[in-house]
Write a protein that binds this ligand. Structure first.
Ligand code: ADP
Ligand code: MG
Length: 586
């Protein structure tokens, strides 16, 4: 059995009891459906033909009770399969959804760099629904259909062999036709699925960026783009509906032809006394009991296609190994001093591009404030993202307190590093929720304390509901400086010994910059800090400044040393400084 099938079956495991009960009732329902035509046969052949009314009445009354009993049993069985069967499916879907969400949490930055969020969402929603429909209807259909088919077949032979042969002459053609159509449908379904995922991705992208859309007045452009994707989806739907329609109406045609052939053949047989009326009637009833499961089995293949395509897409994701995982022998990082060292580090994002940098050696002592400057795109952000192992070094290694970071558990490593970036991501919810994201078990007092440290307390108190104000999706109701201060409060609460500030004040106006800069400096006290700064004025006090260029780290030293050196840094500094001066004169 393939690994995939094993995985699929493993989702049944917790619900074995429910599954077998479901199968039992499905079986019961199938068996009952085989009995009814028998009763009809008995009544027509024996009761009606051979008995008078006084003889018949008690038998009919007895049969009536038998049938009522069967009806009740059938009612219970179908109720159970329809209700509990679906519940079982829903529970399995619940497990799968949890699994894939959990897996999403484990996947690395590299994975997300190359994915569309909407696509990933549709794997959880649309796809899984199809899977669970298959999970419970599939086995039910197989059991019911097999019992009905085999049962009806045996009974038909007993009633009349030549007529049964007529029926079976049609079945192979019907099967061949169904198999062919099935193949076509599965192709169409796959296309369907991909296109609806495209639509989801497009909607997600559009709604997330709706403010940009509006600011560029590009609504029409967006609608046109959407129409294109939407039409492609409808085209693929048209294709699958065409296939489905041909399939179903074709099968109906075959069923009709079988009935017509049996009626015609049966008529001749009656005339020749080869069959009596009651038997022909019963035979016709059983044809449906025979064809029904054939249709159902073929429908099942359709459902199987749907479900398996969904499961494939689900399993595809589960099979992706996170690029970066804990080694089995990884240790937890405790009592961090915060000394960081890069040893001959090289890095590239993937094998198709060249290195962002190589031969990087640097050392930051515990508690030092180190600045990284360089023009845009040289790899400052990239370099810092290697420390929390968002990406893995391609060559060399990085140590914290002399431990290779690849030997440290990811969660303990990342718990010890606080990051403040230019783009702040806040979650929908209250101010309190967002600050508490830094440490889930923090008390309300601790949150307020962190906010005070981040110079955020005052503005928070000015919000309509203070700490319990809802800040909207991604914190849309706050200004840039306010969002940044919340993100700093979050890090205060987390209280990590190592910090990375990546252009944290770059997008702020002068006034908020000062407030934010002030809280950043407070935060940096006694912690190892990497600062990537856009404005050189904010790093003058750095213990060490590194100048990164395309060729690697070109200059190292304090502000004064580098100015004296009169190299790249001095140049950069003079440019900014002189620009400021001319601005003042204007
Ligand atoms: P800086 O922060 O110095 O402005 P970055 O570290 O962001 O520069 O980027 C360095 C280089 O790596 C750039 O050429 C950029 O295009 C590339 N890059 C950045 N992020 C990714 C990514 N996720 N995948 C592939 N390439 C990237
Ligand atoms: Mg950057």
């Amino acid at each position: 059995m393939s690994k995939k099938s094993k995985k699929f079956l493993s989702y049944y495991k917790p619900y074995k009891g429910l599954f077998f009960a479901d199968m039992f009732f499905a079986l019961t329902a199938a068996a009952i459906s085989l009995v009814y035509p028998m009763i009809v046969r008995y009544i027509t052949n024996h009761v009606l033909v051979q008995m008078n009314i006084t003889q018949a009445s008690p038998i009919i009354i007895k049969l009536l009770f038998v049938m009522l009993g069967l009806l009740l049993l059938e009612f219970i069985s179908t109720y159970f399969t329809a209700y509990k069967g679906h519940i079982m499916g829903a529970k399995m879907e619940y497990d799968m959804r949890n699994d894939i969400f959990e897996h999403y949490q484990k996947l690395s930055f590299n994975f997300y760099d190359n994915q569309k969020v909407g696509q990933l969402m549709s794997r959880i929603t649309n796809d899984l629904f199809e899977v669970t429909e298959l999970c419970h209807h599939g086995p039910e259909d197989i059991v019911i259909s097999t019992i009905k088919f085999v049962g009806a077949f045996v009974i038909l032979i007993q009633i009349n062999l030549p007529l049964t042969l007529i029926v079976f002459a049609f079945l192979p053609i019907m099967f061949a036709f169904a198999l062919y159509m099935r193949k076509r449908m599965s192709r169409a379904f796959r296309k369907n699925r991909e296109r609806i995922a495209d639509i989801n991705a497009q909607i997600e992208d559009n709604l997330s960026g709706i403010r940009v859309v509006k600011s560029f007045a590009n609504e029409t452009l967006e609608i046109e783009k959407f129409l294109e994707g939407n039409s492609r989806f409808v085209d693929s739907k048209r294709e699958s509906y065409w296939n489905m329609a041909s399939f179903h109406s074709g099968l109906n045609l075959f069923t009709g032809m079988i009935n017509v052939a049996v009626i015609a053949g049966g008529g001749l047989f009656i005339a020749n006394k080869l069959i009596n009326v009651g038997d022909l009637l019963t035979f016709l009833l059983y044809i449906n009991t025979l064809i029904d499961p054939v249709k159902k089995l073929i429908n099942f293949t359709e459902q199987f296609q749907h479900g398996m395509t969904g499961f494939d897409r689900f399993y595809e994701i589960l099979e992706i190994k996170p690029d970066i995982e804990d080694k089995p022998e990884a240790i937890n990082l405790n009592e961090v001093k915060g000394e960081i060292e890069f040893h001959q580090v090289a890095f590239k994002y993937n094998d198709t591009v060249s290195e962002v940098f190589k031969n990087i050696n640097l050392k930051v002592d515990a508690g030092d404030y180190m600045a990284l400057v360089g023009s845009s795109g040289v790899g400052k952000t990239t370099m810092c993202s290697l420390i929390p192992r968002f990406y893995e070094v391609s060559e060399g290694y990085i140590t914290i307190d002399d431990i290779d970071i690849r030997n440290i558990t990811l969660s303990s490593l990342r718990k010890n590093i606080g990051i403040v970036q230019q783009d702040v991501y806040l979650f929908a919810g209250t101010v309190m929720d967002n600050i508490r994201y830094g440490r889930a078990d923090a008390s309300e007092e601790e949150v307020v304390e962190a906010a005070k440290n981040a110079n955020a307390h005052e503005f928070i108190m000015g919000l309509p509901n203070g700490y319990h104000t809802n800040i909207g999706q991604r914190g849309i109701k706050l200004s840039g400086g306010q969002k940044q201060r919340l993100s700093i409060a979050r890090v205060f609460l987390k209280n990590p010994p190592i910090l990375i500030f990546d252009e944290a004040t770059s997008s702020l106006d002068n006034e908020s910059e000062k407030v934010v800069q002030d809280s950043l400096e407070k935060l940096a006290k006694n912690r190892t800090t990497f600062v990537i700064a856009h404005r050189l004025s904010t790093i003058k006090n750095a213990k060490k400044i590194l100048v990164l260029t395309e060729e690697g780290i070109k200059e190292t030293g304090t502000h004064e040393e580098l100015l004296k050196n009169d190299g790249i840094y001095a140049n950069l500094y003079r440019m900014t400084y002189e620009k400021k001066n001319t601005e003042k004169h204007d």
